[in-house]
Design a protein around this ligand. Sequence first.
Ligand SMILES: Cc1cc2nc3c(=O)[nH]c(=O)nc-3n(C[C@H](O)[C@H](O)[C@H](O)COP(=O)(O)OP(=O)(O)OC[C@H]3O[C@@H](n4cnc5c(N)ncnc54)[C@H](O)[C@@H]3O)c2cc1C
Length: 473
Amino acid sequence: MDTYDLIVIGAGPAGEKGAAQAAYFGKRVAVVEREPYPGGAGTNTGTVPSKTLRETALYFSGLNRHSLYGVDYQLKSELTVKELMYREHEVVRSLRQVISENLGRHRIDVIHGLGSFEDPHTVRVVAAGQPDRVLQAEVILIATGSVPTRPTDAPFEDPRVHDSDEILELERLPRTLAVVGAGVIGCEYTTIFGALGIKVTLIDGRDRLLGFLDAEMADQLRLQMGFLGIDLRLKEGVSRYVPEAGGVRLELQSGDSLVVDQVLVAAGRVANVGKLAIERAGLGVNKRGLIAVNERYQTSVEHIYAAGDVIGFPALASTSMEQARVAMVHAFDLPKYKTQVAPIFPLAVYTIPEIAMAGETEESCRQHRIDYCVGRGFYRTNARGQITGDLSGEVKLIFRYPDKRLLGVHIIGEIAAELIHVGLMALQTECTIDMFVNTVFNYPSLGDAYKYAAYDGLGAVQRRAAESPRLHH
Ligand SMILES: Cc1cc2nc3c(=O)[nH]c(=O)nc-3n(C[C@H](O)[C@H](O)[C@H](O)COP(=O)(O)OP(=O)(O)OC[C@H]3O[C@@H](n4cnc5c(N)ncnc54)[C@H](O)[C@@H]3O)c2cc1C
């Protein structure tokens, strides 16, 4: 029996960072990982592969640069799966190495095999061809992540029907593709394949894309999807999948049907607790199949913590890492520099175009009866926007009226996921939009669009102030 201060089950973003946090402060840590390499969905099947494929699609399609040089850039004909996946394999391999080095540098024991609880302090690790190992620890962190949901009516046994893990193992590029489910993952892959010139149909039961986004950004995405030739079918669902010799026929709830070469079912993800035997630790899952935790990521058994996708929303690599760090600071009573996950976190949707947001949307302001104004800065009137050729981008600021306190930031366009951090810092430090007016931004830079969004916002405040007395009479 090996004894540790901490056993972490799962070496995805949460597991890696939680383990490193404790080890950095001198704790003896073991990480149990069932896959031959660390990284989880963050590095191996989710975040990193999909973002790398996006870059590849932009490169081969020339989409973010086409027409800039007076040349009608054509998609490289007959792109192969090998070409499409080349960078993905390279990047994933390098990042696995980076993670292994990080774990090594912190002297963390990485134990390969499937971990499951024997009792609240004991984890058994089972690996094919190896004797079982039994580990004990004072503290345990469950970081087993999530797996794609597989609706029972979708014929995944057909090699043309994929979930979001399998789409990375394509044997040939689809000629036509149906994406079922317009969540973040579905929308991202839709635009990636759409950019590659593949005819994509995106099907979803809801009446708008990505309900958490500011509606203006979601509408803009819808428009841009149209420019990519994507056939978007909202308020629609698949009633039956019929595999045929020439393709997969989708019978739709509206009565329509379509035949596509391949299908990606992006139906969300479920917590990965199946083989953990959490009941032996005195734990269970809630109604949504998730492990419930308190604000310090402690489960109902106080020395067992859980972080990342296994606890549900927001189920992002970014927040998973931070949750695990906060959990470990609490578990080992480490110097109190990180006692909570920042309450405002950024969201990025790596569609083409990219979208990012932080804070309130117009819809949430209305719902909470917050009086607000809006200011917009456009890439098309920004020098860098003109230079790069992204003319449809926009920075939108939502702020409280009349005190101009920033409430939300929404960006669509090139490097939105990077630019959002400027707004995020302003939100976190409770700034007014005057902060942007009074800041010197690089010129030319897309960041400068913040300043013009703020100027536009000041104009909106003036118009409101001029209107208000009249409204009161
Ligand atoms: C297609 C896609 C795109 C995404 N894009 C983004 C994005 O752009 N930005 C973002 O922030 N997030 C993104 N995400 C979400 C992000 O990948 C997850 O939120 C993140 O990986 C969760 O981290 P985790 O450590 O909780 O779990 P995971 O990354 O799922 O890691 C869990 C690990 O635990 C291991 N494991 C499970 N059970 C056991 C067991 N019993 N014993 C041993 N090991 C076990 C697994 O093998 C895995 O390595 C994306 C996800 C997908 C699928």
